[in-house]
Ligand binder design. Sequence first.
Ligand code: NAP
Length: 494
Amino acid sequence: MQTTTNAANTDFPIAIIGAGFAGIGMAIQLKKAGIGSFTMFERAGEIGGTWRDNTYPGAACDVPSHVYSFSFEQKSDWSRAFAESSEIQAYLLGVVDKWRLRPHMRFNTEIVEARFDEGRGLWTLTTDHGEQFTARVVISGVGGLVDPATPQINGLENFRGAQFHTARWNHQYDLRDKRVAVIGTGASAVQVVPSIAPIVGTLSVFQRTAAWVMPKHDKQYADSTKRFLGRHRAVLNLSRLLKYWVSEAFGPMVFLDSKSLSAIGEKVSLQHLRACVKNPELRAKLTPTFQFGCKRVLISDDYWPAFERPNVELITEAIDEVLSDRIRTTDGVEHRVDAIILATGFKLGLTKAPFPVIGRGAKTLDDAWKGGAVAYKGMTISGFPNWFILMGPNTGPGHTSVLVYTEAQIAYAVQAIKKLIGEKLKFVDVKQEVQDRYNDGLQRRMKYMSWSSGCHSWYLSPDGSNHALFPGFASEYVVRARKFKASEYEIVKA
Ligand code: NAP
């Protein structure tokens, strides 16, 4: 990495923005390829992204840990099938130390602008401290679900009790015996509700939309299993592969807009609901009214049973207003609470540029993404040469581990970087027609997907289009992203 005042310390400076799973994986693969001239910019004071930020009680992965970890850094001794947030963060910390990535990192450094100089084929990155760095290649690993969304609820700012978001948990606040409200019933809520229910005084869960919940079948691994997997890496690989293919096999039930396939998921979920909740009125309130897969399918064994506890109440009337010490619902009932926990999700980071990005001809990424975020294979954007996105537009899965996609993207970027270095190129810029053809194809398939079946979710942009998920199997994406094809790019020599 070069500062603009000191432009001679390395011959091929690469900037990685973000030190979460994506950025860390990228850094490791660069090192493996013998490319050490990279700097990682992280706006927080530690690595980890999602797993650094989400420390709420019960925070855990809802994808089996053997799949939700790097294929090239497998861990044989996960404590359970679905590891908790702290264990995933510990895994990432271990990986970072093992690969000696810390010397490459600049913490507490937020990139606030990126500008491409076509003449030199270099990006200039400006930080929040006003420093400038130049890089030949930029890898954006900033993540999509990062910044907490504060809901538009009347009077929320007038509440005088404790109030915090699941992704910014206030560990100083003692929930014991308090009257607590949780707003939201998504993937975060299904983990936090059963975890805090036994300790709070009362828990009022404000549900706007009931969610489809599947059995989780979580389990602790015995020490003997961990030792066995540690000694037999082939079995570890096989078990990972098996879990991956099981998730792929169930994929169509989740992502296809097929009444018969959804019916299978709905049947299993409703059986689970009947097993968890005896009260038919409560069951009716917890029963979703939209098609399975349209929103993210949740998995939990203890979320629905939590509502059978005498201190837990499900509130389905809409919130009318929040007052200084209570929440009033539209039926006029006032719910006095000491604390409000917002389990209301994230501002989707994929619909606009994370910060001003100015490409060729002074075109901005916001302009390029006016009609929704698009990129070729979710990674490269015409007019923004040598810029690679990890976990970019239309690369999210609803049915399996996002890391399968991320690893494919990392491998693709490494191929491109090797070409740039090997052939001393100034830049590669994906051709507009190649990008358009790819995205037109994806968007044509969206109408066959479950998330287009008529519900509201973070998957969809306000105009109803989907720029978040990949419409198909992870394996298809991996195959399509396998090879960096120079013919699809404008290649500019130095
Ligand atoms: P989410 O899925 O977006 O859920 C937000 C919840 O808040 C929804 O129930 C939503 O209701 C509700 N809500 C939002 N605004 C509201 C308002 N004004 N009034 C009342 N309710 C409101 O957010 P999340 O649960 O944090 O999950 C987001 C994503 O993060 C997940 O889909 C998943 O990809 C990821 N995640 C993963 C894990 C994991 O285990 N791997 C865990 C947590 C999160 P509506 O449904 O009516 O909109």
